[in-house]
Design a protein around this ligand. Structure first.
Ligand SMILES: Cc1cc2nc3c(=O)[nH]c(=O)nc-3n(C[C@H](O)[C@H](O)[C@H](O)COP(=O)(O)OP(=O)(O)OC[C@H]3O[C@@H](n4cnc5c(N)ncnc54)[C@H](O)[C@@H]3O)c2cc1C
Length: 327
């Protein structure tokens, strides 16, 4: 019986939440296709502590690949390792989160395995044994259902498209050896964002700012709102804001930035250009604050406040603070 292999993304010794979501998606898929699910973890060493975590989400087997060449992210070495494990484990499907790394890496794995793939899928269904993946196209304007006709079937799953659900099972842990090339490129250093907020793709609430903020010195007003909204809130921004260096690039949301799917997206001083909206289409609720009643963001917003954000956002922050005190 072939398996569904889930490539686990590990950052600073922890499994990223998108990988936990993909474990759940894979377990659901396995139920429909009759395939087992195997988690794959790659690194330079010390993976044992994480090996049983996939079992929390219903994944019955973990394969560990530890090699000095995998100590730091090297796209070519990681792709080679994943391809070799996929073949050795008879993987019929290989899944990974559609994070920046996931999208980069899985395209390379597809090339090594000479197969095709579906990127950034938001759901799937099984029809007569065939997996049909749904992926947004044209900046989220249409949803396409795609079938990967070659094997193994490769796909990346958009962060937050599936909710990580605990379904504990015992996990068997296996080690695999791989034969890796000399790395062509290695990530030397990961620079941490100065912001202590959650990554915008992982946040349940995103407070996002555009050019309407008028400059980086005004971001405190959004930070205060994010603070009262709690630990699940993160900060986002429009592209010109990060291009102009007002905010770090990892907060840039949209077609050329990050795709977010929070429960609540609060767009402050953002006009709602199609390229921005492309990145927020999967949000459950969008609240727009803009002084221009004709701003396109109101067309996609569930709730809109027409007004000066420098008055509206502090008032909103205070009201939420009062509500919390009252609870
Ligand atoms: C190929 C391509 C890719 C792109 N990719 C992206 C992308 O990924 N993400 C992205 O965001 N953009 C992207 N863009 C740029 C995009 O087209 C827009 O230019 C950009 O999103 C506009 O950013 P903004 O809304 O912050 O600024 P603006 O369009 O200048 O809008 C500012 C808004 O703030 C409002 N405002 C001003 N002052 C206040 C105030 N005091 N209170 C309340 N409201 C106020 C204004 O009414 C206005 O609606 C891309 C463009 C191209 C060509």
């Amino acid at each position: 019986m072939s398996t569904i292999l889930v490539v686990t993304e590990i950052l600073e010794g922890e499994i990223r939440s998108v990988s936990q979501q993909v474990y759940t998606a894979a377990v659901q898929l396995g139920r429909e296709t009759g395939q087992t699910v195997t988690a794959l973890m790659l690194g330079g060493g010390n993976l044992d502590a994480l090996a049983e975590t996939p079992g929390t989400y219903g994944v019955g087997k973990t394969v560990l690949v530890e090699d000095p060449k995998l100590e730091r992210y090297s796209p070519d070495c990681y792709a080679a390792a994943i391809a070799q494990v996929a073949q050795a484990q008879d993987a019929g499907v290989v899944l990974m989160g559609a994070s920046v790394t996931g999208k980069d890496l899985m395209a390379r794995v597809a090339q090594v395995l000479d197969t095709s793939m579906a990127q950034d899928c938001v759901s799937f269904r099984v029809d007569g044994g065939t997996i049909l993946f749904t992926r947004p196209l044209f900046a989220g304007k249409v949803l396409a259902e795609v079938k990967v006709t070659s094997t193994p079937v490769l796909a990346t799953i958009r962060p937050k498209a599936y909710k990580a659900e605990e379904a504990p099972v015992a996990t068997t842990v296996e080690r695999a050896q791989v034969d890796l090339p000399e790395p062509l490129a290695v990530v030397e250093e990961l620079l941490k964002s100065a912001s202590k907020k959650l990554d915008v793709t992982e946040a349940d609430i995103v407070v996002s700012g555009g050019r309407g903020l008028q400059g980086p010195e005004h971001w405190g007003v959004l930070e205060k709102l994010a603070d009262v909204l709690g630990d699940g809130a993160g900060l986002g921004c429009s592209r010109p804001v990060s291009d102009d260096g007002w905010r770090p690039h990892d907060e840039h949301v949209g077609q050329t930035g990050k795709t977010v799917a929070p429960d609540l997206y609060i767009a402050c001083g953002i006009s709602g250009a199609i390229q921005h909206v492309a990145g927020i289409a999967s949000s459950k609720f969008v609240v727009a604050i803009n002084k221009d009643p004709e701003a396109p963001i109101f067309k996609v917003a569930d709730y809109g406040i027409v007004g000066d954000l420098f008055e509206v956002v502090p008032a909103l922050t205070e009201a939420i603070q009062d509500l919390k005190v009252g609870v």
